[in-house]
Write a protein that binds this ligand. Structure first.
Ligand SMILES: Cc1ncc(COP(=O)(O)O)c(C=O)c1O
Length: 403
C-alpha cells in the first residue's frame, strides 16, 4: 500500500457516522438514538416531489451552479432569513454541501499545523476531528447550563500565553448536550475573539428548532457580522440531510478564498438539491413546517426524558434542552457507556457514548440520545432495551479506574 500523506494519516473516522454504517450491517431491528437525523415521516416529501417535478424537467438544474451558490437559492435564502428578522448581504453567503463542508473549508483556510483550536467539552466530534485533520492542537473548555465557560478561555490564555487561532462553538441547542450559550456569554465571547484576534466558528444547525419563543441572537449578529465570526448553517436538520445543502455566513472579504477552496474541492453544491431547497423556501410552507417540527420534537424530548428518568430510578442526570435533537444523560460515575453501547446493540438499541464527544475521551459515564428521529412508542421501547442492558451486565456499572 502507498503511504498516506501527513494530512491523510491525521484523518480519523467519525464515531457517529461509523455507527450508521455499522447499523446498516446488523441484521436486526435497532432503535437508533445514535444518529442525529430528523424523523423520516417529518420530511416534507410531498412538497419536495412537487417542486422536484418542475426542477427535474429543467435542463439548467443539471448544470454547474456558481460556486458561491445557485442565484435562486441565495435570493430565496436571503428572503427566508429576512422573515426570521435577519438582514444578510447576499455577498456574505456561500452555499455549501451541508454543514460539514462549511466546517471543512473553514478549517482548511484558517488552521496551520500546531494552531490551537478551543472547543467546548463535550462537543460535536466531526468538527474537532476536522480541525485535527488540519493539524490543530485541541484545547477543551468545559460547559455548564449557560454553555461554554468563556472566562476559562481567558484564564487558559493568561496562564499559558497560548493564543487560540479558532474557537469552535455550537451555541444554540448544542450537539451533544442541548444546552444554549447565554446572551451575556455570547457577548463576552465576541469581545474575547476581538481582543485575541482569533476566529469564532459558530456552528448552528439547530437554532431554528426551538421549543419556546425565547430567541437569543447569533454571535455573528451580536458582533455586527465582523470578520472574527464565521457562521456555519445547514438545511440538514430543518429539511433533510440527504439534500446536502447548507451555507456559510461570512465577512464578504473571505468569500473569494472560500470559493477558491471549493473550486479545488467540488466546484459547487448539487444543483438539483439547491433548486429543491430554493423552491421549498419560496413555497410559503417553511414557517408551518418549522412550527410542526418544533412541537413534535418537544413531545419526543419530554417522552425520552421521562422514560430515562423512570427507567434509571433517579440515578441519572438528564439535560433539559429547549430545542434541537439531543438529550445528554449522565450516568453514575462508575458507568462505562462504551460497554453500554455494545450491550445495548446486542439488545437492539443504539446510543453514542460520551467519550466520542471529547478529544481527550473524558466522558465515559455520559451518553447522547437523539430523540428527533423516533416516535414516542419507539422511544419507550428503546429506553426499556437500554435499561435492560444497563442492569443485566455488571461490567457496565463496574468500578473503573478514572485516573
Ligand atoms: C453541530 C453540527 N455541526 C454540523 C453538522 C453537520 O451537518 P450536515 O449534515 O449538514 O453536514 C451536524 C450534524 O449532525 C451537527 O450536529
Amino acid at each position: 500500500m502507498t503511504e498516506y500523506s501527513l494530512l491523510g494519516e491525521r484523518i480519523l473516522e467519525s464515531p457517529i457516522d461509523s455507527t450508521t454504517s455499522l447499523l446498516e450491517k446488523i441484521n436486526r431491528d435497532v432503535i437508533n438514538f445514535a444518529l442525529g437525523s430528523p424523523a423520516q415521516n417529518m420530511i416534507p416529501t410531498q412538497a419536495f416531489a412537487e417542486i422536484g417535478n418542475t426542477v427535474l424537467n429543467d435542463a439548467s438544474a443539471y448544470g454547474y451552479a456558481p460556486t458561491e451558490g445557485d442565484s435562486e437559492l441565495v435570493s430565496s435564502l436571503v428572503s427566508f432569513l429576512k422573515s426570521q428578522g435577519r438582514n444578510l448581504d447576499p455577498a456574505s453567503i456561500v452555499i455549501t454541501a451541508g454543514g460539514m463542508q462549511g466546517l471543512d473549508v473553514v478549517c482548511k483556510l484558517f488552521i496551520n499545523p500546531g494552531d490551537t483550536v478551543i472547543v467546548e467539552s463535550p462537543t460535536y466530534p466531526s468538527a474537532f476531528m476536522t480541525a485535527i485533520g488540519y493539524g490543530a492542537n485541541i484545547i477543551e473548555i468545559p460547559i455548564d447550563d449557560d454553555g461554554l465557560k468563556v472566562n476559562e478561555i481567558d484564564e487558559y490564555v493568561n496562564r499559558t500565553g497560548d493564543i487560540p487561532k479558532m474557537i469552535y462553538v455550537v451555541p444554540t441547542f448544542q450537539n451533544p448536550t442541548g444546552r444554549t450559550l447565554s446572551l451575556q456569554r455570547r457577548e463576552e465571547l465576541a469581545g474575547l475573539a476581538r481582543k485575541l484576534n482569533c476566529l469564532i466558528v459558530e456552528d448552528d444547525p439547530y437554532g431554528l428548532i426551538g421549543f419556546t419563543n425565547d430567541h437569543i441572537p447569533s454571535i455573528r449578529d451580536i458582533s455586527h457580522a465582523d470578520s472574527h465570526v464565521v457562521t456555519v448553517r445547514t438545511f440538514s436538520k430543518i429539511m433533510a440531510p440527504g439534500l446536502r445543502v447548507g451555507w456559510l455566513e461570512v465577512d464578504p472579504a473571505y468569500t473569494d478564498k472560500i470559493i477558491a477552496a471549493r473550486q479545488c474541492m467540488d466546484t459547487c453544491a448539487n444543483t438539483v438539491s439547491q433548486r429543491i431547497v430554493a423552491g421549498y423556501l419560496d413555497s410559503g410552507k417553511v414557517q408551518n413546517h418549522l412550527r410542526y417540527l418544533c412541537s413534535q420534537y418537544e413531545v419526543r424530548k419530554n417522552t425520552l426524558r421521562a422514560a430515562v428518568e423512570t427507567a434509571f430510578l433517579g440515578t441519572v442526570h438528564t439535560s433539559d434542552p429547549l430545542g434541537g435533537f439531543f438529550l445528554w444523560v449522565t450516568f453514575p460515575e462508575e458507568t462505562d457507556c462504551e460497554l453500554l453501547f455494545k450491550e445495548g446493540l446486542e439488545r437492539g438499541v443504539a446510543i453514542v457514548p460520551g467519550n466520542a464527544f471529547s478529544p481527550s475521551r473524558q466522558l465515559r459515564n455520559c451518553a447522547r440520545l437523539c430523540f428527533a428521529a423516533l416516535d414516542p412508542d419507539a422511544i419507550g421501547e428503546g429506553v426499556r432495551r437500554l435499561a435492560e442492558a444497563y442492569y443485566a451486565v455488571d461490567a457496565v456499572r463496574a468500578k473503573v479506574d478514572v485516573a
